[in-house]
Design a protein around this ligand. Structure first.
Ligand code: PMP
Length: 359
């Protein structure tokens, strides 16, 4: 086998065991005589997968019956609109935090729907960071407060979530299932699947059920959370194969244990940051230390030419997709749950050799 160490930001590396099981079941799912892709989303076999995916998430995150677990489409980007369309009713104000590229996009879409207060703005700061909970200037009686738990591009992450009176809404696309947290602190959580949950094409939404009732009557059926709650995410045809893979990933996470995964994620990130910080300035981290992401490790080299050389030589050594997002440049190592410790150790060893040869 010649699988590389894949540091892509998303779609990202999936656990090998999951891919192997999907491969084994691809042509003929046990007892079905066909693949999962070819079977009805209203049949018994798919139903068991759909239910297990939800049950695994409920168990892993301790999600109570007050919340619905939904599998939607359109990516996290669609949630940037769907959240305000459902929750930001006329006459109310939503508090948004601008923490970078993704928080900024969520904010931009909310402004198209209703009245928005920017509760904190560090979106353009360098080094990059997210707001501190105590910095938030919140609106009394706000419809909700929106945060981006991990800024995938800048590599900055909320370490402590703010305690808010208004329902807290979080884009957790790039760090869901990477660490334990209290779902009850949130009104709504959304995440595109393609980092820690499965393939692209599925969007996870965890919503406190009472919030879905706010949506105006005029809102289209597919855009209402209530539609998907009432129909158990089966109002229309869901992305069945993606949900099947998500189910296998959640099974894998259960096998690992979320606390153990968290411990390993912290250790992986700490090792990489230590390699950056001990490079005598050859590598420079781009995020403020206290906010450094455990999922997306971002750094720069002395020149863009040197960064190009780093990315190319790393790829030749089997360490792929280390190029930073096109909007910011630099280097980004995305090290989600499925990224093994060996990938980190190999990258650190490569970084040492590269610094020696080019320093
Ligand atoms: N939010 C965050 C934090 C992301 O990282 C991404 C994608 N990388 C998005 C939103 C957009 O997700 P999608 O492509 O699924 O719309």
């Amino acid at each position: 086998m010649s699988r590389v160490y894949n540091f892509a930001a998303g779609p990202a590396a999936l656990p090998l065991e999951v891919l192997q099981q999907a491969q084994a079941e691809l042509v003929e799912y046990p007892g079905l005589g066909m693949s999962i892709m070819e079977t009805s989303h209203r049949g018994k076999v798919y139903d068991a997968i759909h239910e297990e995916a939800q049950a695994n998430l409920r168990e892993l995150l301790g999600i109570s019956d007050d919340y619905a677990v939904l599998f939607l489409q359109g990516g996290a980007s669609t949630q940037f609109s769907m959240v305000p369309m459902n929750l930001l009713t006329p006459g109310t104000v939503a508090d948004y935090t601008n923490s970078g590229a993704w928080g900024g996009k969520a904010l931009k879409e909310a402004k198209k729907v209703g009245q928005v207060n920017v509760a904190a703005d560090c979106g353009k700061e360098i080094p990059t960071r997210v707001p501190r909970p105590e910095e938030l200037r919140l609106t009394p009686g706000a419809a909700y407060v929106h945060i981006t738990s991990n800024e995938t591009i800048s590599g900055a992450q909320w370490k402590v979530f703010p305690k808010t009176e208004a329902p807290l809404v979080a884009d957790m696309s790039s760090d869901i299932l990477s660490r334990p947290f209290d779902v009850n602190q949130f009104g709504l959580i959304y995440a595109g699947a393609q980092k820690n949950l499965g393939p692209s094409g599925v969007t996870l939404v965890i919503i406190r059920k009472d919030l879905a009732m706010r949506a105006p009557e005029t809102l289209g059926t597919m855009f209402r959370y209530q539609t998907h709650i009432d129909n158990n995410s089966l109002y229309n045809t869901p992305p069945t194969f993606g949900i099947y893979i998500l189910m296998l990933v959640t099974r894998w996470v259960k096998g690992q244990g979320i606390e153990a995964l968290y411990k390993r994620n912290v250790e992986k990130a700490a090792k990489l940051y230590a390699a950056i910080d001990s490079s005598e300035g050859f590598y420079k981290g781009t995020a403020v230390k206290e906010f450094r992401s455990d999922m997306n490790v971002t750094f720069r080299l002395g020149t863009e030419d040197l960064e190009k050389k780093f990315v190319a030589e790393a790829a030749a050594a089997g360490l792929t997709s280390l190029k930073g997002n096109r909007s910011v440049g630099g280097i980004r190592a995305s090290i989600y749950n499925a990224c093994p410790m060996e990938a980190i150790d190999t990258l650190i060893s490569f970084m040492g050799d590269f610094a020696k040869a080019n320093g």
